[in-house]
Design a protein around this ligand. Structure first.
Ligand code: NAG
Ligand code: NAG
Length: 398
């Protein structure tokens, strides 16, 4: 009798603690899998351009360290503008806006010759002459390589295909940092080619971000688990549509995550739009790059050190044992800055410190009070900075 009793108890226990949660999990997954997605989510950049009657060309560019990157082009007769996407993002972020004209199309409508680069690590730029992106060594880089190799490769390619003397650069978030750091660290390499660097929602080096998502990426816990599981690439959910479906099925949770974590409230976009943005803007960056940003945020220096690869790595990359310090006052190229009063990934007081770190003569435009949050600069319904952007480009793009 006690034995039977015990078996019964055990069976009940297994049922309660194992089968019920598994059942609930499957019901949850099934519920999400049935979500209906907006058809545009399955498009790629080329199809979007085609559907809107916009000319599109695609090129690949090989960097000096062997990364094969994709570069998109929306031809126009005006001066060339290269758009540089943010951390773990892709060129898609400049064409996805569903409730206002997206930045790439807006600039193209205005006559500019628009180019969009996909930085290494983005799922649209995973090629390499001899490394395989499934392996660790492909992911051995930080923003230092983006400024040293990727950006210059794009610019040289564009320069060879334009009559214009110079290229204007526009970067969102980390894309703006890539531009600014490149101009500060390698003025000899870049200044001759660049008319103006336009920084949108761009962090300097003194960073007090309020974004929970970014704080999570920078946290010790995240780094601890990433190392335990040997994670080398961040935010690489490739072709899986689960997250997009989750957003449609759990709009309240999704909106909370997007607003409070990703800083993407984007002024009244719909939940379908949100699923498109989250799915299609996905990129992928190296864990090492996140480590680099963590060093920068923790150091709280206006002029930070470049990534420390250790003695040998530093000698190889920088020709010195200690990594060089970025000095923003070395930037010689004109800079325009657009910041949002609702942006809590890049907050206004930090932006003002960045502005002070630059030589005041080169700052041709600065406004950090647009009614936009961090995502709003690309996905917002108001795009309140467009008129000023056109004015800045009109004056300074050649
Ligand atoms: C990269 O490596 C993966 C797994 O090791 C393999 O399946 C894939 O075919 C490789 N890709 C190339 C282009 O060699
Ligand atoms: C900055 O932009 C806001 C929003 O468009 C505008 O109201 C304000 O006048 C601008 N400030 C300056 C100094 O131009």
């Amino acid at each position: 009798m006690p034995i039977v009793q015990s078996i019964k108890t055990k069976a009940f226990y297994i049922f309660k603690c194992v089968l019920i949660p598994i059942g609930i999990w499957y019901a949850f997954v099934f519920h999400i899998e049935l979500a209906e997605l907006p058809p545009i989510i399955h498009n790629n950049f080329k199809q979007d351009c085609h559907d809107k009657g916009i000319r599109f060309e695609e090129y690949t560019v090989t960097t000096d360290d062997g990364y094969i990157l994709s570069l998109y082009h929306i031809p126009g007769s005006g001066p060339p503008v290269l758009l540089v996407h943010g951390l773990s993002n892709s060129a898609n972020c400049f064409i996805l806006n569903q409730c206002a004209r997206p930045p790439a199309f807006f600039l193209s409508d205005s006559g500019y010759d628009v180019w969009l680069g996909n930085m290494r690590g983005s799922h649209l730029s995973r090629g390499h002459t001899h490394l395989n992106s499934s392996n660790d060594d492909y992911w051995d880089w930080t923003m230092v390589e983006l400024i040293r190799y990727d950006l210059i490769s794009f610019i040289k390619f564009i320069k060879a295909r334009t009559e214009y003397e110079k290229v204007a650069l526009l970067g969102h978030s980390q894309g703006g940092s890539v531009i600014l750091w490149a101009l500060a660290q390698h003025p000899d390499m870049y200044s001759q080619y660049i008319s103006i660097g336009i920084l949108i929602g761009t962090p300097g080096a003194y960073i007090n971000t309020q974004s929970l998502y970014i704080k999570l990426l920078l946290s010790d816990t995240f780094h601890f688990f990433s190392k335990i599981f040997s994670v080398n690439v961040i935010s690489d959910w490739t072709d899986d549509l689960f997250l997009a479906k989750f957003i449609i099925r759990w709009p309240k949770v999704a909106k909370w995550i997007c607003k409070d974590m990703l800083d993407m409230d984007f002024n009244k976009g719909t939940i379908e739009d949100l699923s498109v943005y989250i799915h299609r803007m996905r990129g992928g960056t190296s864990f090492k790059n996140i480590e680099f940003w963590t060093h920068i945020v923790n150091a709280k220096e206006r002029n930070p050190l470049m990534y420390d690869y250790g003695k040998e790595g530093n000698l190889k990359r920088y020709n010195s044992i200690i990594p060089p310090r970025i000095d923003f006052s070395r930037v010689e190229t004109k800079i325009a800055f657009f910041g949002g009063e609702l942006d809590f990934a890049v907050i206004q007081s930090d932006s003002r410190i960045l502005k002070e770190s630059l030589n005041s003569e080169i700052v041709v435009f600065y406004n950090d009070t647009y009614h936009e949050d961090h995502g709003g600069f690309v996905f917002g319904c108001t795009m309140s900075y467009y008129n000023d952007l056109l004015e800045v480009l009109g004056k300074h793009s050649n």
